[in-house]
Design a protein around this ligand. Structure first.
Ligand code: PLP
Length: 360
């Protein structure tokens, strides 16, 4: 067989990327991906399966997800004059926004360290990516952000609120300064809203270019892939043209609609995660040599003594605990790891393992 002519035809910026890596997790205490650790009681699972029985899989899905959108408006408190768009995960919504504003001279800007998909999607869509370093305490560096906005005139700015992987919520005044200065879109990515106790959803309309994005992934339903984007109708009408038909499948629509009916249960689970987060922060703070950062999300960023992060990650893996090693990124994340808040037993398992590894 002749050698595939990849280098000639695939864009160089795509060949330069590494594919998003998901490590195997079979048989491990899985604390690497910010999933909700709690399942549903059997009677809820039965009621859900009953609902799925009625979904006609031979038919295309509801193209706009009308019923699901109505339910989401209620649960997510989307202002009545704002439009709503659904995505196959919020990752797809990030991609659609970027596609809508992309161009060779167009800039996608985001603070760093931040969510890696912003940078990757900028590459996918042929945009120039500008990362603006956060301050040493992971706050938005307001002066640096304003200077970068002035210099690069970004078409779109993504702010994760709270931020991933640092876990903190940016100061409202800093976010508002960015909104005041930005010439283009500002997307508040509220993937961790359920644990954050603050939101810009109620601020939609105060700035014509403000959009708010959420997802069901971190609160309960990572397997479903459902993200939502709320904002002024004029923007969303344009984005909707880029949405592939039927991007949210029938099983996701029916399952999400069912899950929203169980919202009090999901809120209780989120409250349990917030309580466990406090216990995990305390447990980590007690370990000698560990520096732990405040979190408003369902994960915690922590720093181990210089040069130990890889050994800590591997030592935990040997003890069947999978977390995320961020030390490879270097810079402000040198010696840092990120752990998702699990069940009390999972967190105990992680803390015990970490204590052993650090003492070794
Ligand atoms: C996890 C995460 C997402 C991705 O959400 P999906 O809806 O699962 O695609 C988006 N933004 C941030 C900041 C995240 O951490």
């Amino acid at each position: 067989m002749m050698k595939p002519d990849v280098a000639r035809w695939v864009r160089p910026e795509i060949r330069a990327l590494s594919a998003y890596h998901v490590p195997p997790a079979q048989g491990l205490v899985k604390l690497d991906a910010m999933e909700n650790p709690y399942g549903w009681p059997p009677e809820v699972v039965d009621a859900w399966l009953e609902r799925l029985r009625a979904v006609p899989l031979n038919r295309y899905p509801d193209p706009a997800g009308g019923a699901l959108k109505e339910a989401l408006r209620g649960v997510m408190a989307v202002p009545a004059d704002m439009a709503l768009m659904l995505g196959n995960g919020s990752d797809e919504l990030i991609q659609i926004i970027a596609q809508a504003v992309s161009g060779p001279e167009r800039v996608l800007l985001s603070p760093e360290p931040g969510f890696v998909m912003y940078r990757m999607i900028a590459s996918f869509t042929g945009m120039r990516y500008v990362g603006v370093p956060l301050a040493a305490d992971f706050a938005l560096d307001r002066a640096a952000m304003l200077a970068a906005i002035e210099e690069h005139r970004p078409a779109v700015i993504f702010l994760a609120y709270p931020n991933n992987p640092t876990g903190n919520l940016f100061a409202r005044a800093d976010v508002e300064a960015v909104l005041d200065a930005a010439p283009g879109l500002v997307v508040l990515d509220e993937a961790y809203h359920a644990f954050a106790d603050d939101s810009f959803m109620g601020d939609l309309g105060r700035w014509p270019n403000l959009l708010v994005m959420r997802t069901l992934s971190k609160v309960a339903l990572a397997g479903l892939r459902l993200g939502l984007l709320a904002g002024p109708p004029a923007w969303l009408e344009e984005f909707d043209k880029l949405r592939l038909p039927y991007n949210v499948n029938s099983l996701t629509q029916a399952s999400a609609l069912f899950a929203l009916e169980q919202w009090p249960m999901l809120e209780q689970q989120a409250a349990a995660i917030v309580r466990e987060r406090a216990a995990l922060l305390e447990g980590l703070a007690r370990l000698p040599g560990v520096q732990v950062y405040p979190s408003r999300a369902n994960f915690v960023l922590f720093r181990v003594p210089p040069g130990r992060a890889d050994a800590v990650f591997q030592g935990l893996l040997q003890r069947k605990v999978l977390i995320k090693n961020l030390a490879g990124a270097g810079g402000v994340l040198a010696d840092c790891l990120r752990v998702t808040v699990g069940t009390p037993e999972e967190n105990r398992c992680f803390l015990d393992g970490l204590k052993e590894v650090l003492a070794a």
